[in-house]
Design a binder for this molecule. Sequence first.
Ligand SMILES: Cc1cc2nc3c(=O)[nH]c(=O)nc-3n(C[C@H](O)[C@H](O)[C@H](O)COP(=O)(O)OP(=O)(O)OC[C@H]3O[C@@H](n4cnc5c(N)ncnc54)[C@H](O)[C@@H]3O)c2cc1C
Length: 183
Amino acid sequence: MAGFNVTPEALGDCNRRGGFTHTYYNDYEIVADNLFKADHRRVSDRIAAYALYTDPPLGRCGMTDAEIRNSGRHALAVKHPMSRVGRAIEKGETNGFIKISVDAESKQILGAAILGTGGDEVIHVLLDVMYAKAPYTVIERAMHIHPTVAEFLPTVLSRLEPFAQEEVNVLTEKCLAARASIG
Ligand SMILES: Cc1cc2nc3c(=O)[nH]c(=O)nc-3n(C[C@H](O)[C@H](O)[C@H](O)COP(=O)(O)OP(=O)(O)OC[C@H]3O[C@@H](n4cnc5c(N)ncnc54)[C@H](O)[C@@H]3O)c2cc1C
């Protein structure tokens, strides 16, 4: 039961380790596997993931930009507009972007956001590679099916650049300036 900060029977939203249907079910799986399969799974191994069913939908997983900056690690990132994704163009749904951050040394994916058509599904391609602790180059070299949003992930990952460490400061300054102007 290690990994829980409360008693073992505290599964679901009440343990404050999620707040989603998928997190409460994952809690159950972890406890059941510990109790009945001697499989020492941990809640702390869980990778944060959620979707927003907006139009276009958002799929999110892993670390946020702020968490990556605060970790002080050397990271790479790419942000690719959906207006340059073939499937999005064909569907006439070009709003949004694909954003992926990776660790420069380990090449593991740190976090991703896909705001765009199919984003809530396509994000699982990245999430599963994160669980596998595999480098992003696995995806970069994979052949994906055409025409899909996922087929563009290898191309997107070939365009990684140094992570913008200063972005938070710029945004913070803008927020502070906006707040000051409001009074
Ligand atoms: C409107 C709405 C939409 C949502 N949509 C999504 C979604 O699209 N995707 C998603 O991932 N999550 C969604 N969620 C969140 C998701 O439903 C919860 O995270 C999930 O149900 C939490 O499961 P749980 O078992 O922790 O709690 P619950 O499902 O709330 O179960 C708790 C149970 O405990 C019972 N209970 C409470 N007190 C006692 C007591 N004293 N004695 C005995 N029994 C008690 C309750 O009756 C209830 O049956 C949504 C939530 C809401 C409210």
